[in-house]
Design a protein around this ligand. Structure first.
Ligand code: ADP
Ligand code: MG
Ligand code: ZN
Length: 483
């Protein structure tokens, strides 16, 4: 029997604002002393009044616009009621009916094919606090995170494999960071995902019963958790069992999903509109400037790199991984072309050397770009193109500039890396090589042209690689013509 998997993801993304969703407390308190970024509103004290954060709403709308969602004219903030210690008011402000954004899609590339993943909705809500479970069995609570703005991006159940789910999560991550609404910091929980998974026998129309895997926070774990869950569900069915609707957690150490609660304990959240917050009324006057402020998006920019700079799809992909990288590359292109080089030269050095060094040294672009600027990248390319340095030296100069931030021409001058192009000096070396290698000269005379390469090699050795290969060959030919 063959089975078909169906997956829908609910992604929670922290919105990048200075203050919380409904109060003025700071959001960057992850590393602050526990319970120091709190106030009556985010502590849920009776009588406190929430004020929606305009910037958070605007960023969620920008996300909807970037994902082709439609923006709801009058969207409603509701109370989702449940009791849990990390939720001080015993309800979470969220959205149920009339969320901020409806529909939209994310295009992913699976094995070179574009697949469109439709979205159900995007809504805004507030984060909960954090429970810290102590070794003695007690739990400590920190409300610094309570009230931090979140958006929840819900996909339709149209994802067909764990790999597609990972690609979807990665594409979404790239886009949110690109438009500046999320830090992208998965380790700190800025982006978390709940994966809903079901299987059904091939030929069956209706979806199987879904199981929700809560709070997966890395690309790798999304793929592993879903693959595990698909296999688990198939084996339950194959063994005559039934899947019950439930919530499970991903245990990374064990590589397993573990049951947390089943449907009998499902919550009745008794959603109702928060009486303290009027509907959010969105007019064109609000959305038009937000549309204007969206940057060129990754897919469009990648295509432009292909069309404008003649890059391959793969290279354009690598150079648009983040907006910072794309900006850095384009600055290097401007500087390179101004000195007669090409956009392709800049791409080759970025992908070949820059990315290699970033990886090897485990550094971030933001740090490196303080040292090696795009102008420095272009400088190395110009020195190579002008023939001032050899390709081997160019790599050394590139690495040194990357590490120290010294300008390439300064490195070349201090280390004496400029090639010996001076024909008198080269002719002297060539004559010496000819005098010291009678066999090569005899070979040349009997018509073996490889002898020229050998003699050029001798000059390279004598000059420690700093002779210009073309000029060295000229010098060898002229020295040979004298004997
Ligand atoms: P709930 O009310 O339990 O949160 P929803 O209908 O809102 O359920 O769906 C939540 C997520 O689960 C969505 O991303 C949706 O695409 C996905 N989903 C719904 N039904 C299934 C199913 N049978 N199999 C897999 N995913 C599903
Ligand atoms: Mg759900
Ligand atoms: Zn507060």
């Amino acid at each position: 029997m063959k089975y078909i998997a169906t997956i829908g993801l609910e992604v929670h993304a922290q919105i990048q604002t200075k203050s919380k969703m409904f109060c003025g407390c700071r959001t960057d308190a992850a590393h602050a002393e526990p319970n120091t970024n709190v106030c009556p509103v985010c502590l849920g004290l009776p009588g406190s009044l929430p004020v929606p954060n305009k910037q958070a709403i605007e960023q969620a709308i920008m996300t909807g616009l970037a994902l082709n969602s439609s923006i709801t004219t009058d969207s409603v903030i509701s109370r989702k009621n449940y009791f849990y210690p990390d939720l001080p008011s015993a309800y979470q402000r969220s959205q149920y009916e009339d969320p901020l954004c409806v529909g939209g899609h994310v295009d992913i590339t699976v094995n070179g094919q574009v697949k469109r993943i439709d979205l159900t909705r995007i809504h805004i809500e507030e984060d909960t606090g954090k429970l810290n479970h102590m070794p003695d069995g007690s739990s400590l609570i920190d409300y610094n995170r309570a009230g931090v703005p979140l958006m929840e991006i819900v996909s339709e159940p149209v994802i067909a494999s764990a790999e597609e789910a990972r690609l979807y999560f990665q594409t979404l991550h790239q886009l949110l960071v690109w438009i500046g609404v999320n830090s992208g910091n998965l380790e700190e929980g800025a982006l978390r995902c709940d994966a809903n998974v079901s299987v059904r026998p091939e030929g069956q129309k209706e979806f199987g019963t879904k199981v929700e895997i809560k709070n997966v926070n890395s690309f790798r774990n999304v793929e592993r958790a879903i693959n595990y869950e698909i296999e688990r569900q198939i084996s339950v069915i194959e063994n005559g069992g039934k899947i019950i609707q439930s919530t499970r957690g991903w245990n990374e150490g064990l590589g397993k999903t573990i049951e947390q609660r089943t449907k009998e304990f499902a919550h009745d959240y008794r959603y109702f509109p928060d009486p303290d917050i009027p509907p959010l009324h969105m007019t064109d006057a609000v959305t038009a400037p937000l549309t204007q402020s969206l940057p060129e998006l990754p897919v469009a920019r990648r295509q432009r790199f292909i069309d404008q700079y003649g890059l391959s799809l793969n290279d354009a992909d690598s150079l648009t991984v983040t907006r910072d990288i794309a900006n850095y590359y384009e600055a290097a292109v401007t500087s390179t072309t101004a000195q007669g080089g090409s956009a392709r030269d800049a791409a080759v050095w970025m992908i070949g050397e820059f990315f290699r060094l970033l990886n090897d040294r485990g550094e971030r672009l933001a740090d490196v770009s303080q040292r090696m600027t795009p102008v420095h990248v272009a400088g190395v390319i110009a020195l190579l193109n002008k023939g001032t340095i050899t390709r081997a030296s160019a790599k050394e100069v590139f690495e040194e500039s990357f590490v120290s931030g010294t300008a390439p021409d300064v490195i070349v001058a201090t280390r004496g890396l400029a090639v010996i192009g001076d024909s008198d000096a080269l002719l002297t070396m060539a004559r010496e090589a000819v005098a010291n290698n009678p066999k090569a000269v005899a070979d040349f005379k009997s018509g073996k042209d490889v002898a020229i390469k050998f003699l050029v090699g001798q000059i390279m050795k004598a000059s420690r690689g700093q002779a210009s290969p073309q000029a060295a060959e000229e010098a060898v030919k002229s020295a040979l013509s004298e004997v």
